[in-house]
Design a protein around this ligand. Structure first.
Ligand SMILES: *Cc1c(COP(=O)(O)O)cnc(C)c1O
Length: 396
């Protein structure tokens, strides 16, 4: 590791940020891009009177999501957490099971596992994708997994390992080919938490297209927003039908009668939110182009600063560049930069605190998490709103 003075490095980063970012302060980490069509579409929805859990915008948003991702079925939900919760249940995850997932992710990945009564089992991530490291996962499973009657068990806890939840961290595609293969070897269902990854592709294939079920989020900080919202994606028509039932109180179609045939959730996205989603989707290509530009400028800007690097995806990936990640030598520089940047109104953020450090997850099973700790110590997310792409100055 290079031995650099923290002040020198922090000033080097801040000088470069001040040089390229617009003068307004504060600059948030990520703001929604609300264009004129959002006002028109939401107004049209209001005028229709259909603002709640039924309406044409929900159907249209779902159809357009399926088209945009190339995944046959999309079911819009109240948020990404609800889509993940439903996905886990449909994949057969039950109380007492374990689900493998990365420790370096938003807490919303693990909470739906725990609310089912299942146990998150944290695995390490890879430096090149930020997602689960296939090599480390394989090594860990060799150590702790045991096959009994075609089912996979954790030899140490005695619990069944039911599924592998892959997260596409900051919109970067995990190595799905390798991870799917490992899951197949152990008979695990793959669920993709693609909450951050709308528009991300690897070898041309969209995030969510490998797993049996996957989830998107349209929270206000994601690449497109519906205010709050999410969607469950699946290529399987039967699972799609069951997802639809489970998210809509399992109401059977009937012109007037209230017939419900199972215990189910009210997870349906309201039409008002879907109207905003339809408007936002119209701009997805433009947003992706803006994000790509921003990522290029950041990369060029920090190229000559010794000791830091901007994370760069593998050449086979076309991620949506949701958040730009700057990697520093260690946590001392990270914390100094965060403090100095906030004092100047630049609202940079660290990675999420790795989930095994949170009080409710400290006792959970886990693999060695060396890369997780290393990335957490070094990573700082840079302001990444799409609107910045229009005003950012190319590095001189
Ligand atoms: C945003 C997010 C979620 C949860 O989505 P909500 O819509 O906020 O419920 C889950 N996982 C990851 C990785 C996320 O970034």
């Amino acid at each position: 590791m290079v031995d650099l003075s923290t002040d020198w490095l922090v000033n080097g980063v801040l000088d470069r940020l001040e040089r390229i970012l617009p003068a307004q302060r504060p600059i948030a980490l990520h703001e929604p891009a609300l264009e004129a069509n959002a006002w028109a579409t939401v107004k049209d929805c209001l005028a229709s009177g259909w603002v709640s859990s039924v309406g044409t915008y929900v159907d249209r948003f779902e159809r357009e999501l399926a088209e945009s991702t190339g995944i046959a079925h999309a079911i819009a939900t109240v948020n990404g957490t609800a889509a993940l919760h439903t996905s886990l249940l449909l994949a057969g995850v039950a109380a007492g099971d374990e689900v493998l997932l990365p420790a370096l992710t938003f807490v919303g990945s693990a909470n739906p596992v725990a609310t089912i009564g299942a146990v998150p089992h944290f695995v390490d991530c890879a430096e090149d994708t930020l997602g689960i490291d296939p090599q480390a996962l394989a090594t860990h499973l060799e150590k702790i997994a045991e096959q009994r009657d075609d089912a996979c068990f954790n030899r140490r806890s005695g619990r069944r390992i039911r599924a592998l939840m892959v997260v596409h961290v900051l919109g970067h595609l995990a190595d799905m080919a390798a991870l799917s293969k490992i899951a197949e070897n152990y008979g695990l269902h793959v669920i993709e938490d693609a909450a951050e990854a709308l528009g991300s592709r690897r070898d041309g294939r969209h995030a969510g297209a490998w797993g049996v079920l996957s989830a998107l989020s349209f929270n206000g900080n994601k690449i497109i927003t519906t205010g709050g919202g999410g969607a469950l994606l699946t290529a399987d028509a039967d699972l799609a039908q069951r997802a639809r039932a489970l998210t809509t109180t399992a109401k059977r179609p009937h012109p007037w009668a209230f017939e419900h045939d199972q215990v189910a959730f009210n997870y349906r996205m309201p039409n008002l939110n879907a109207a905003l989603g339809v408007a936002q989707l119209e701009h997805l290509d433009a947003l992706l182009a803006a994000k790509r530009h921003l990522a290029t400028v950041y990369r060029d800007t920090f190229e000559d600063l010794e000791g830091v690097e901007v994370f760069r995806e593998p050449a086979t990936c076309q991620g949506n560049q949701w958040l730009n990640l700057l990697l520093l030598p260690d946590a001392v520089q990270r914390d100094a930069l965060l403090g100095a940047a906030h004092a100047r109104g630049l609202l940079l953020r660290p990675f999420w605190t790795p989930l095994h450090h949170l009080p409710m997850y400290t006792g959970t099973p886990r693999a060695e998490l060396r890369t997780t700790e290393h990335l957490f110590a070094r990573g700082v997310c840079l302001p990444s709103s799409a609107a910045l792409a229009a005003t950012i100055r190319a590095a001189a």
